[in-house]
Design a protein around this ligand. Structure first.
Ligand SMILES: NC(=O)c1ccc[n+]([C@@H]2O[C@H](COP(=O)([O-])OP(=O)(O)OC[C@H]3O[C@@H](n4cnc5c(N)ncnc54)[C@H](O)[C@@H]3O)[C@@H](O)[C@H]2O)c1
Length: 335
């Protein structure tokens, strides 16, 4: 019998994946990445000789991809509201059906542990309270709905040989070699660097929970290593802190005060249909995961990279998921 020693990371060439896969390799894990490579594999260039890379689609996931695999970290999906709205059918097929296909292969091949990158976006909109994992969900988008559908699908498969764990990630920030400038702190930091300004659209009076990319990676690793009774079939929020967007802008400005002069500018904008605060205590109690990075530290690490002259081609659509996916569709290369 083949020894099960690998960790399979779907979406491992993405923003979170690139940080997570590097972390796993540095920890001595054997890693197989399965990714459609919509954004290429550049982000994995330094560690490519140390990993197995399969260019494939989760919609056509084959049980053979699990040969020798002890656990799956499932990140591969369309990963924001605009891309999901752009092609709701592809979103449903990838984010829900693709997830189920991976999970059913795990059940078949007795790969017990699977983490799922869900999103706090499923809490959608609520005026009062701080959402713990039992809080009513209120998805406001195709994207959030597909994540919720996938959660329910995964939890319906919990059994003696299958231990899925749902990680509801807050909006992520921080540097990754597959950089995204379409995530709120990253956008603010990029604009602070390139324009000396942080822009707030509308009144900025809506809540967002935030979490650092390295902390998200750490959470997946910790969950993979936890004992079954600590995590099996459980849902965990991953959050550093909840912010009103306006306050976040001033916090990022403040963090960068020694780096450069930054102004906050308020511009007219659409009314946000998402506003939610979440609680993150459950995962701390269960497995001791705690966020290690603040929003300011995330912004500073990004500025450091930008000052080195890297990732400064801000007009390149590859940094903005919706622009990039639209371009791929025009070229007939997606979805
Ligand atoms: N970044 C965030 O703020 C955030 C917050 C909550 C949840 N998430 C979730 O975390 C996961 C990773 O997000 P990210 O920010 O790294 O996104 P990303 O877009 O940078 O990466 C997603 C990766 O998945 C791959 N992928 C997409 N469709 C695929 C398919 N059909 N088959 C195989 N691979 C496919 C892409 O090529 C890409 O490499 C996603 O599931 C996303 O929904 C992200």
């Amino acid at each position: 019998m083949v020894e099960k020693e690998m960790i399979l990371v779907t979406g491992g060439a993405g923003y979170i994946g690139a940080v997570l896969v590097k972390k796993l390799v540095e920890a001595g894990e054997k890693v197989r990445v399965l990714d459609k490579l919509y954004f290429g594999d550049e982000a994995l260039i330094d560690i490519k000789p140390k990993i197995e890379l399969i260019k494939a689609d989760v919609r056509e996931f084959k049980p053979e991809y699990l040969d020798g695999v002890k656990a799956v970290i499932h990140l591969g999906s369309l990963s924001n509201d605009p891309t999901a709205e752009f092609d709701p059918r592809a979103n449903h097929e990838i984010n829900f059906e693709g997830t189920m296909r991976v999970a059913e292969a795990c059940v078949k091949r007795k790969v017990k542990r699977m983490t799922f990158a869900s999103s706090c976006a499923i809490y959608g909109f609520h005026l009062d309270g701080i959402a713990d994992e039992n809080f009513p969900t209120n998805p406001q988008s195709e994207y959030a709905q597909s994540k919720l559908d996938a959660e329910k699908g995964l939890l319906s498969l919990v059994g003696p040989d299958f231990c899925p764990v749902i990680l509801r990630q807050a909006t992520v920030f921080g540097f990754s070699p597959r950089m995204r400038w379409d995530l709120v702190i990253n956008t603010m930091t990029k604009d602070a660097f390139s324009k000396g300004k942080i822009f707030i659209y509308g009144d900025g009076q809506y809540w967002r929970p935030l979490v650092h990319v390295g902390d998200v990676a750490e959470a997946h690793v910790k969950v993979i290593r936890a004992s079954g009774d600590q995590v099996k079939g459980k849902i965990f929020n991953l959050v550093h802190k909840n912010f009103l967007i306006k306050d976040l802008a001033y916090s990022v400005k403040d963090a960068l005060k020694d780096e450069q002069k930054v102004e906050v500018e308020i511009l007219p904008g659409v009314v946000e249909n998402r506003s939610y605060r979440v609680a993150g205590d459950k995962i701390k109690k269960a497995i001791g995961w705690e966020p290690g990075f603040t929003e300011g530290e995330g912004a500073k690490e990004i500025i450091k990279v930008l000052k080195s002259g890297k990732y400064t081609d801000f007009d390149n659509p590859i940094y903005y998921n919706i622009k990039w996916m639209k371009m791929l569709v025009e070229k007939g290369q997606a979805f």
